[in-house]
Design a protein around this ligand. Sequence first.
Ligand code: 5AD
Ligand code: FES
Length: 347
Amino acid sequence: MYSMTELIKKLQKNRTLTKNEFIKLLRCEGADMELLRKTAEAERIGIYGKDVYIRGLIEFTNFCRQDCLYCGIRRSNKNCRRFRLTDGEILSCCDEGYRLGFRTFVLQGGEDPYFSDDKICALIEQIKHKYPDCALTLSIGEKPKQSYRRFFDSGADRFLLRHETADKAHYEMLHPSSQSYDNRMRCLRDLKEIGYQVGCGFMVGSPYQTDECLAEDLIFLSEFKPHMIGIGPFIHHSDTVFRDYPDGTLDMTLRLLSIIRVMMPSVLLPATTALATIDPKGREKGILAGANVVMPNLSPVGVRKDYSLYDNKVCTGEESAQCMNCLSRRIESIGYKIAVSRGDSLV
Ligand code: 5AD
Ligand code: FES
């Protein structure tokens, strides 16, 4: 059996480990955890220097036909105040974002049937026409391959769809029987085949998750080779089935960010809003652990609180410009800097 130090070296050399080795590494603490972090930071600086890429997140609808057990905007949450932005509102978010230095916009929403494929394509075309130097990312859930292809042909560059868990039995504990693991995986394969830069990911500390599940997530990532990986702690939402489950922890999220950075040195890895929500210095700690992306919100302040996937989400009261100021100060305070560029995947 390897020591923790040897395991970290082995991960750096082979860019993967066995399931049992991952499980062991997920339990590292103290000086071992600091060595893991330092190894990740060195890999990240070797490729990206101290640049942090920014993505302007536009949460454009919180209507959703799905019913994920963990999520505050699930269909059966009757307490959720639903909203949709108009095309004009979405474009003003982009205008403001562009002024603030954003060169990637992320359209994120629930699976809202109101936004037909035609409507989404029209939106993509308008945004890409107005901002040809910007990348456009979609995060709008599970669709047929034909729809994904139409969005791509209209100009979308990237797609985020977290796999949520690579363990099928665990997937079924987090979702109603109408949602399937196989369809989620089908979507991810289709997106890659079409040519998107693809992001997958999962929550850390979701109900029923074990270290075995996390090891399977890591093995899935090393095989699927996404361009982007979104991970953040699970945080309970008081109007969901999981209201009484404990939140994911800062330390486990940081360990995972570092392991992922060492395993996939060039991957685009955000320090998420969920991480900032469970710790006042969460984003900074995430960057120091190996993350190289932040995704501040560009949505109008009037609707931000309504896009509530979990309780106590940060940055819901601040204007976009205020968040940018706050964020650049935070990033500079740890010796990093915001890059004004599309920040495309290097692979
Ligand atoms: N806590 C943390 N993350 C959540 N997400 C959904 N609900 C929660 C929650 N309660 C994540 C899911 C989803 C992404 C958009 O947000 O992983 O894919
Ligand atoms: Fe939004 Fe600090 S980043 S208030």
